[in-house]
Design a protein around this ligand. Structure first.
Ligand code: ZN
Length: 201
């Protein structure tokens, strides 16, 4: 039987930290110890930053992005191309695309991917909402920036079918050789996709 070395308050902190992605019980314990050691420099400011987030974070009712205003900063930015919607599974994908600065468009967050095995169907994702945004007009292209997984590709095909009647161009991300990648290290699926989706030089 393991003995407790701290009071329940710190144990609770460890348990909550352990729920964060990438942190297991060991690293949660290390993080908790670091936080309580740096109580004034780190724990207190972190607590107030978290409280501000709790009070102000909202989900954008248009695109599903997480921000402090609804509609979000991206949806209300007049410099963005209003006619292109980039469809992503999760807000983290939106953030990744923004970090890359790859496109100056608007987004639509699905909230996951279709996965019959896990009981995730079309009604669990923001697909109807996407169809309504497209039907409302002004959208020329929908880019399906979903994951290159079975679930992601199933979702892409489903959305393609749903938008078939709409007067909109539907495209998806290219699959292939990553920038800086060496062919010898790629899996067969990626290599085959790269050959199939080759582009003129
Ligand atoms: Zn938005």
């Amino acid at each position: 039987m393991s003995r407790s070395v701290t009071g329940p308050e710190i144990e609770r902190l460890v348990q909550l930290l352990a729920k964060l992605p990438g942190l297991g019980p060991r690293s949660a314990r290390r993080a908790a110890l670091h936080l309580v050691k740096k109580k004034d420099d780190l724990l207190a400011p972190l607590t107030s930053a978290m409280q501000v987030a709790v009070d102000s974070v909202v989900v954008c009712s248009t695109c599903g992005n997480i921000d402090t205003s609804d509609p979000c900063t991206i949806c209300t930015d007049p410099r963005r191309d209003q006619s292109t919607i980039v469809v992503v599974e999760d807000v983290s994908d939106l953030w990744a695309l923004e970090r890359a600065g790859a496109i100056n468009a608007r987004y639509h967050v699905l909230g996951g991917a279709l996965s019959p095995l896990d009981g995730v169907g079309p009604d669990d994702l923001a697909i109807d909402k996407l169809a309504r945004r497209v039907a409302a007009g002004g959208v020329a292209e929908v880019i399906l920036a979903v994951n290159a997984t079975v679930e992601g590709q199933t979702t892409a095909h489903y959305i393609m079918d749903r938008l078939a009647g709409a007067n909109v161009k539907v495209s998806r991300l290219a699959h292939g050789v990553p920038v800086g990648g060496e062919l010898d290290y790629l899996d067969e699926g990626t290599l085959a996709a790269a050959i199939r989706q080759r582009t003129p030089f």
